[in-house]
Design a protein around this ligand. Structure first.
Ligand SMILES: C[S@@+](CC[C@H](N)C(=O)[O-])C[C@H]1O[C@@H](n2cnc3c(N)ncnc32)[C@H](O)[C@@H]1O
Length: 290
């Protein structure tokens, strides 16, 4: 029997994905074929008549079934691009989102004139924020912490992938606890975090690809989605130098609430909210009092 050609298998893969909830069936089929057959995007465009090994075709259709069941493509391929860098991802970590690049870009801008900034990223997951900051600020030292050992393992791979082991350190534990154990009180130029912030109501409306596959630990932020901000704000000021930067990613409707929490803490000034391209709240930042 003659095997599938690249062109035929892509058509059939995309047809199987149609109606399964994938917003881009043909693109998904292309990504999965490149992944399983170790082909580049160009290979599958110019080599449409290439006949595939039977094994490759079987494995391809196995991945198509996983995708059909709602599994995010990034968990299948193990890759997500973020800030122009390739990140390893698996089911123990949140897949880095383009929205989070707004936080990283703002922090890069605000730290532009600081010499050798010391940065803490809590709730680091893949390390998307921490690794990007260390990569783009060539004299920074970045501490990346998470409560999940599995997430830290993933973050370690990303630190190694980008050769940042000398300027980053992983810490394990609950929120600011590990920073305290590391003796970082009063030592940070910036404290950043994209903590879990989905409220109880919003959890129920998340698409299956998120609710069914991404870690609950990375998503749920308590009844109103604000639990982590409340807990972090209790102690954040202890770790920052005077004038130090505090920056959070926030949910689309949490700007006012998080601003109020920061005001109530009484330790920060110049509170700003940054919106995303859709005009929704995305980042809050402020400076520690001098
Ligand atoms: C929304 S994800 C953010 C991941 C990554 N920073 C990003 O922006 O893509 C939140 C992370 O917080 C971690 N986390 C949850 N509870 C925590 C806690 N009590 N202390 C520290 N990290 C926690 C989860 O394991 C998860 O990796």
């Amino acid at each position: 029997m003659v095997g599938y050609t690249v062109g035929n298998i892509l058509k059939e893969g995309a047809a199987k994905l149609k109606g399964s909830g994938s917003p881009s069936p043909y693109l998904d089929a292309q990504v999965l074929l490149c992944h399983i057959a170790s082909l580049s995007k160009v290979d599958i465009i110019v080599d449409r008549d290439k006949i595939l090994e039977e094994d490759t075709s079987e494995n391809f259709f196995r991945l198509i079934e996983e995708r059909k069941a709602g599994k995010p493509i990034q968990y299948i391929t193990g890759h997500q691009e973020f800030m122009g860098l390739d990140f390893y991802v698996n089911e123990n970590v949140l897949i880095p989102r383009p929205d989070t690049e707004i936080l990283v870009e703002k922090v890069l801008e605000l730290l532009k004139n600081r010499d050798k900034p010391v940065i803490g990223d809590i709730c680091t997951g893949t390390g998307a924020i921490a690794v990007s900051l260390a990569y783009y600020i060539s004299d920074a030292f970045v501490y990346a912490s998470d409560i999940s050992d599995d997430a830290l393992e993933c973050c370690k791979r990303n630190i190694d992938r980008h050769g940042l082991g000398k300027r980053m350190k992983l810490l394990q534990g609950d929120l600011l606890g590990p920073l305290y154990e590391e003796g970082l009180e009063g030592k940070l130029d910036a404290l950043v975090s994209n903590p879990p912030y989905i409220s109880k109501n919003d959890m129920e409306t998340l698409p299956i690809s998120v609710r069914g596959f991404e870690p609950h630990l990375a998503l749920y932020g308590g009844e109103e989605g604000l639990d982590f901000y409340i807990r972090i704000l209790k102690d954040a000021a202890r770790f920052l130098k005077k004038g130090g930067l505090l920056a959070f990613e926030i949910g689309y409707d949490q700007g006012c609430a998080v601003r109020k929490l920061i005001e109530d803490s009484g330790r920060f000034k110049d509170i700003m909210i940054v919106k995303d391209l859709a005009g929704l709240d995305r980042v809050v930042y402020c400076n520690m009092e001098e």
